[in-house]
Design a binder for this molecule. Structure first.
Ligand code: SAM
Length: 347
């Protein structure tokens, strides 16, 4: 057993099993909401152990559903557990758990994508960014359609030190589709290296803890599930605003199989694209013939810093959007074609 697993367990009074709770409250999984439940409490314990020692911690579980992971969190002797669940059907079952651990649980019927995490915990838990992480943890097994946009939102929060990171370097243990987990941790040269790898690793230590086979869930999802742990870094690897880093990284990976200068090029209007691309590659000191997946974090830092310098010199540059230019080009091409047809009709 790891040191983090050696927490004194609080034993909840006898409760119906998760399977019985599902039957009791008629909690059939809603396929449209991609609900898959974890009934195996040993696996739930294993997920919770990845978060570290939770004794006296303040934990927020997102998407508790019928409460399998919730039980494991309570058994880890936390001080307070905040549950944010969107589907009203789960609230009575969660209330039953709350009664089994009096004074510990607060249930919020709400959407984690809009819930004000910057107000979720007591102010006295707040630590400075340079300090060790606060004793606050976020844990969740959410639908994949929610966990990926949510991690992007929370990474932006890490960068701005707001949302859950108002309290300091709050740690998160979350599940993802296995392939997304692989992208989150992919290193330079790996096939899975992508926008998500750079955005997460420049702001956090990202650890792919273990993979849960799909058959552990009911109903079984089509894919396996990765448990990933994030700890915000004291010093981000790229010291530029989130939106700027995101724009550069997204552009570079736009042509993921081509030389990286192709993606860098779409940061600039067509008129002076070649000249500006060359200028940016030179300033960043990046070999333009490397592929996006071969670029290191230091290369991305160089590219973001160089782009920032060019944006400071040309105030209209950051607003330039390649997709808009492309759409406009297609529109005028189509209009030109229609005009030509009309003229041919008139002849
Ligand atoms: N965590 C439970 C487990 O492991 O058995 C349930 C997992 S199920 C995949 C996802 C849960 O997240 C469901 O209970 C669903 O209602 C909830 N959920 C989905 N979207 C949510 C959102 N935006 N905010 C809060 N909860 C959400």
């Amino acid at each position: 057993m790891t040191a983090s697993g050696m927490v004194a367990a609080l034993h909840l009074p006898p409760l119906p099993t998760i399977g019985e709770i599902i039957k009791l409250f008629h909690l059939q999984a809603n396929k449209q909401l991609s609900q898959n439940f974890l009934l195996d409490l040993k696996l739930a314990d294993k997920i919770v152990r990845q978060a570290g020692n939770l004794k006296d911690a303040h934990v927020c579980e997102v998407g508790p559903g019928p409460g399998g992971i919730t039980r494991s969190i309570l058994n880890a002797n936390v001080a307070q557990l905040l549950l944010v669940e969107k589907d009203t059907r789960f609230i009575p079952g969660l209330q039953m758990l709350s009664e089994a651990a009096p004074g510990k649980v607060c249930i919020v019927h709400g959407d984690v994508l809009t819930y004000r995490m910057d107000r979720a915990f007591p102010e006295h838990l707040r630590k400075t960014w340079q300090d060790d992480p606060p004793n606050i943890h976020i844990i969740g097994n959410l639908p994949f359609s929610v966990s990926t946009p949510l991690i992007i939102k929370w990474l932006e929060n890490v960068s701005n030190r707001d949302g859950p990171f108002f309290y300091g370097r709050t740690q998160m243990t979350l599940t993802f589709q296995k392939e997304v987990g692989e992208r989150l941790i992919a290193s330079t040269g790996s096939k899975q290296r992508s926008r998500l790898s750079i955005m997460s690793q420049h702001l956090c230590t990202v650890q792919n803890c273990f993979v849960i086979p799909g058959q552990a869930f009911i109903p079984k999802p089509k894919v396996d599930v990765a448990v990933v742990r994030f700890t915000p870094l004291v010093e981000p690897k790229i010291l530029q605003p989130f939106k700027l880093v995101e724009k550069v990284v997204r552009s570079v990976f736009h042509f993921r199989r081509k030389f990286c200068w192709r993606g860098v090029g779409i940061l600039f209007p067509e008129a002076d694209r070649l000249k500006k691309t060359e200028q940016m590659m030179l300033t960043a000191d990046v070999d333009p013939t490397l592929r996006p997946t071969q670029l290191t974090m230091l290369h991305f830092k160089g590219l973001c810093d160089a782009y920032r310098k060019m944006c400071d010199e040309d105030s209209s540059l950051f607003a330039y959007n390649y997709r808009d230019e492309l759409k406009e080009k297609m529109r005028s091409k189509r209009d030109g074609h229609l005009k030509q047809l009309e003229e041919e009709d008139e002849l």
